[in-house]
Design a protein around this ligand. Structure first.
Ligand code: FMN
Length: 187
């Protein structure tokens, strides 16, 4: 797939086929995501692959409940716009995807968020080049339960930066409207 086509086809996919992406393919995509640049070539990213729908449902419930509690004590927060959606019992933050990959990084390092986000971007492009769909699911960063963090194997002083679902798309959406880039000045 040429690069322009990858850019156009890389859409946030929220509807997947039942078929599971083979672990070998996920590992190849993870490998390609490490071609991303990182500050000082630190490559701080680590990956957790979750293929289990029950585990994903549990994470979804935990995240939804934490975000709803946050909204209750911070009613002016922008996230309030998702309140109705999050209260919907049918809503799974991972939609019907069969896999989520968590890109995590060390919170003690200076540029962890940026570096892991770049790996996330490469991950999505790599998946697209294989006709796979992805969607970054920020809601999944809202995990607090110590038990769950332990079960997921997230080491101490690490944070989830990029939770990305991956699967065979049931459909690829068209590009949502893009604003014209704001060029402030050309000097
Ligand atoms: C940092 C970040 C967080 C996001 N979190 C969510 C999310 O929690 N749930 C979701 O459905 N989409 C999420 N998205 C996907 C965006 O909604 C999507 O990228 C945007 O609507 C543009 O669509 P496109 O990706 O097809 O270009 C997130 C995207 C980014 C970059």
């Amino acid at each position: 797939m040429d690069y322009k086509k990858i850019l156009i086809n890389r859409r946030s996919v929220r509807n997947y086929l039942e078929k599971q992406v083979p672990i070998e393919t996920i590992l190849e995509i993870i490998h390609e995501s490490t071609y991303a640049p990182s500050s000082g070539n630190e490559q701080p990213w680590k990956f957790i692959i979750i293929n289990d729908r029950i585990a994903m449902k549990n994470i979804s419930e935990e995240a939804k409940s934490n975000i709803l509690n946050w909204i209750e004590s911070n009613p002016n927060d922008n996230v309030k716009k998702y309140e109705t959606l999050l209260k919907n019992k049918e809503y799974n933050i991972f939609y019907n995807a069969s896999t989520v990959v968590l890109i995590i990084g060390d919170t003690n390092l200076k540029n962890t968020k940026v570096n892991c986000a770049l790996a996330g971007s490469y991950f999505m492009m790599s998946a697209t080049s294989r006709n796979l769909g992805t969607c970054w699911i920020n809601f999944a960063t809202h995990i607090k339960s110590k038990d769950m963090i332990k079960q997921l194997g997230i080491p101490e002083n690490h944070e989830i930066v990029a939770p990305i679902i991956i699967g065979y798309p049931a459909e690829v959406p068209t590009i949502p409207l893009r604003k014209e880039p704001e060029i402030i000045r050309i000097i």
